[in-house]
Design a protein around this ligand. Structure first.
Ligand SMILES: Nc1ncnc2c1ncn2[C@@H]1O[C@H](COP(=O)(O)OP(=O)(O)OP(=O)(O)O)[C@@H](O)[C@H]1O
Length: 307
């Protein structure tokens, strides 16, 4: 194996033992051993509850400064995109993000071109190079902020994520989202959303604010979305019913970018509101995070990541 990582590098692996392919707490030690064999100092930290990965990532900052002395500090998120998002939200300045994709969709890993098979991804942590990626930041009405690596979904898909929940996801696996999406689709009840880009207001029923191109696996939102574009791509779905039009559905199922059939624009900051005051949820990297009103901005090159 070609190794480029300095042996003064110290790493923590922060993992969700309940995610997709992980299975148990000892599982992550196997990957730690591979990294140790590559010369790194590695500690495994298992999450015990939602949001724990953010706390562990924040606390890992100081531990790694001591362990790495003058070397690189890696914080490796082991799990699905939910775990990656939590780690991203606790990552200290000066630490580099690594990813062991153990979820079902692994959207950020796809975006970065990482091997999706975990042992291969582990080897990439030893041999890959660190480069900077943009992150999106959502800000709610109370001023609370949440970073996102891949996307924020406003309305329809956030309703689906909320109804799927962890148990259904465990039982139905990749079938959970399409089945619940159909249920939410036929229920109707879709408040109007205002998506504001400077002085322009777009009136829609559903919108995706994309930092990267992929969605829910290898489906695509916006052709021009990239982790290094310095912009967010906003895809607007005027009526959710349009997603069921045969031409649109065929296009989506063929894994072609949604923005070729829907209106979209690039922006550094957008504001989303529900003029009727309806409760419109927002999903961030596949987990529900609050509801409208909310603003979304890009932080260009905010984080170093191994690819
Ligand atoms: N130890 C834990 N117990 C219960 N929930 C956890 C634990 N650790 C993390 N979580 C929660 O589980 C959510 C889902 O985790 P994650 O996305 O990593 O796995 P996944 O659901 O298998 O992957 P995917 O999203 O690709 O299907 C996270 O957002 C997090 O809040």
């Amino acid at each position: 194996m070609k190794k480029t990582r300095d042996t003064t590098t110290a790493a923590v692996i922060i993992g969700n033992p309940n995610s997709g392919s992980a299975g148990d707490e000892g599982y992550l030690e196997g990957f730690a051993d591979t990294l140790r064999a590559g010369g790194l100092t590695v500690e495994v930290l298992n999450t015990e509850r939602p949001d724990h990965a953010t706390e562990l990532a924040a606390a890992a900052g100081d531990r790694l400064v001591i362990a790495a002395a003058a070397g690189d500090r890696l914080v490796i998120a082991a799990g699905g995109d939910g775990t990656v998002n939590e780690v991203l939200n606790g990552l200290s300045a000066g630490a580099t993000l690594g990813i062991l994709p153990l979820g079902t969709a692994n959207v950020l890993a796809r975006e970065l071109g990482l091997p999706l098979e975990p042992q291969g991804a582990c080897e990439r942590i030893l041999t890959g190079s660190a480069s900077r990626m943009d992150v999106g930041v959502a800000t709610d009405d109370d001023g609370a902020e949440r970073r996102f690596a891949c996307m924020a979904g406003i309305g329809f898909d956030a309703d689906v994520v909320r109804e799927v929940g962890p148990r259904l996801k465990r039982y139905l696996r990749s079938l959970a989202f399409p089945l619940v999406a159909l249920k939410v689709f036929f229920r109707g009840d879709r408040p109007q959303l205002h998506i504001k880009d400077g002085d322009t207001t777009h009136v829609v029923q559903y919108a995706v604010v994309a930092n990267g191109q992929y969605y829910g696996g290898d489906f695509e939102t916006a052709e021009d979305a990239s982790l290094r574009s310095g912009e967010l791509q906003v895809v607007l779905v005027e009526k959710v019913g349009h997603l069921m039009r045969p031409d649109v559905l065929a296009h989506v199922l063929a894994k072609k970018p949604l923005d070729r059939t829907m209106k979209s624009f690039a922006s550094g900051r957008v504001v989303a509101e529900s003029p009727s005051g309806g409760r419109v949820p927002v999903q961030i990297d596949g987990e529900v995070w609050g509801r409208l009103p909310m603003s979304f901005r890009i932080e260009p090159a905010a984080v170093a990541v191994i690819r």
